[in-house]
Ligand binder design. Sequence first.
Ligand code: GTP
Length: 326
Amino acid sequence: MSTPARKKVLLMGKSGSGKTSMRSVIFSNYTARDTRRLGATIDVEQSAVRFLGGLVLNLWDCGGQNAFVDNYLSSQKDTIFSNVAVLIYVFDITSNEWDGDLRYFEDILFALRENSPEAGVWVLINKMDLIDKEDPQRKKFKERKADLMRVDQSVREELKDETIKEVLRCFPTSIWDESLYKAWSSIIHTLIPNISLITSHLTYLRDLCLGVEAVLFEADTFLVIAKSGSPLDCDPSDLDAVEIDNGARELDQQRFEKISEIVKGFKKTCSRNHEQYHGFEAKFNDCTIILEPLTKNTYIMIVSVDPRVETGALLYNVHQSSAHMV
Ligand code: GTP
């Protein structure tokens, strides 16, 4: 058996921004409400999460109190910032100390780029649920993002290191909705070693099933691992009249992450009642959907809008293909 790829993931940000909450919701089956019980993280809490059998995420949840951060940037600098695959930096959108938050971020980004120039950098601006009512256009998020991009640019210019390829990526998140799954799915997607092969197999299976979309979820976290890419996900101006009549324009860009959140909640309810979630199938109008286990570590969802397609045929294809997957 091949040894799994190990990736070091740093989870950083000011105290109370929501790092441990995110980790607990995604990897430890906490509900958002459960996270209210969490205490502050002392120093660094390390955990290893096995993903898809072939990937181990070494999560370093770094407590965000100032005294700890000062240590990360001085005596612990080499230990913390070397061999990092990804830095996930979490901000609290409601923080009143944005300038100070930004300065800390700049120091951390500098230390990271110096020690792990090829690391990916993801910034999650969290607790968006707390301001969404007063700022529905997300002006504050856009301003924060612009500031962060400027910091990224200035760190690059200062370091002048050609090996720094990755530009910072920024997501608005809340542990109370699917935006958390959207952000973490995008991050994990970049860490899976054979992701383009998985995606091309998904697209092949989708076409074989006369489907419009095939999506792969990780079985425990229910994060979206890969999407076949749907013709309906194109620029809205490229949609044809039939697709528009079918409601393609109204499709929610985060619909699969919404499914992650719903199914994860449902699985939790099942286990509370000593039941197990096995899968789901539905047929309405011309639409056929299945969400079934594909391998030990994955579930697959196939959506077809072809009236000739039957759920049994989709299930049969999934069953046949599972023999070819790892
Ligand atoms: P340290 O361990 O001290 O570094 O803090 P942390 O970043 O790990 O924060 P933690 O996850 O402990 O969260 C602090 C509080 O924020 C908890 O009470 C969470 O319930 C709350 N919280 C986390 N994320 C969100 C969010 O998206 N929205 C809201 N409203 N509250 C959140």
